[in-house]
Write a protein that binds this ligand. Structure first.
Ligand code: MN
Length: 194
C-alpha cells in the first residue's frame, strides 16, 4: 500500500454502538492521519522513500520510520476490517473457517484465545491473527506499532489495544471493548487476506 489515508467503507457512525462516531473521528481522523503525515515526512531522503508501507514494515529497524509505518499498516487493516453490526456476518466461512477449526479446535476457542491475548497484552499494542507461509494460523501479540509482517507472517485480523482505540467509549474496560468488536468484523474482507 501507498503511504496514504484509506477510505472508510462505512459512515463514521456506522459501527455504533461498538465504536462511536467520536472514536472514529479521533482514531481514524486524527491518530491515523498523524501516522500517515509523520511517515511521509520521515521517509524523505532515506532508503525507504518510494517504498510501500509493507516493505518499510518488513525492513525498517526499530525507530520512528518503523513505528509510523507499522501504525499506518495496522490501522489501515484495522479500519477496513469492520462493517455495521446489522450487516456483519458474525463468523467466517470457507477456507478461513476451516483453518481456524484446524488450528484452534473451534471458532469459539479461537475467539477466546484471541480475546485473552488482546486483554492480556500489557501496555499499548496489537493482537493479530496471522498466517505463516504454510497457511498455519498464529495469534501474534505485537508491542506498540509492530505488525506480524515484521516477523514474516501475514496479518489477517487485528485488534488495537492502545487506549486511544476504546477509552472514549469504554474507559478502562478493555475486555468489554474486545468482546463487542466481534459484532462488527467483516469476515468476508478478513478472509480475502488469508
Ligand atoms: Mn490505534
Amino acid at each position: 500500500m501507498k503511504i496514504e489515508m484509506p477510505t472508510l467503507p462505512y459512515a463514521t457512525n456506522a459501527l455504533e454502538p461498538v465504536i462511536s462516531q467520536k472514536t472514529i473521528e479521533y482514531h481514524y481522523g486524527k491518530h491515523l492521519q498523524t501516522y500517515v503525515d509523520n511517515l511521509k515526512k520521515f521517509v524523505v531522503g532515506t532508503e525507504f522513500e518510494g517504498k510501500s508501507v509493507e516493505q518499510i514494515v518488513e525492513k525498517a529497524p526499530e525507530g520512528p520510520i518503523f513505528n509510523n509505518a507499522g501504525q499506518v499498516l495496522n490501522h489501515t487493516l484495522y479500519f477496513l476490517q469492520f462493517k455495521a453490526p446489522s450487516a456483519a456476518s458474525k463468523e467466517p466461512k470457507g477456507k478461513l473457517k476451516d483453518a481456524i477449526i484446524r488450528d484452534f479446535k473451534s471458532f469459539e476457542d479461537f475467539k477466546n484465545e484471541f480475546a485473552a491475548a488482546s486483554v492480556g497484552l500489557f501496555g499499548s499494542g496489537w493482537a493479530w491473527l496471522a498466517a505463516d507461509k504454510d497457511g498455519k494460523l498464529h495469534i501474534s501479540k505485537e508491542a506498540n506499532g509492530s505488525n506480524p509482517l515484521h516477523h514474516g507472517l501475514k496479518p489477517i485480523l487485528g485488534f488495537d489495544v492502545w487506549e486511544h482505540a476504546y477509552y472514549l467509549d469504554y474507559q478502562n474496560r478493555r475486555p468489554d471493548h474486545i468482546k463487542a468488536l466481534w459484532d462488527i468484523i467483516d469476515w468476508e474482507k478478513v478472509e480475502e487476506r488469508y
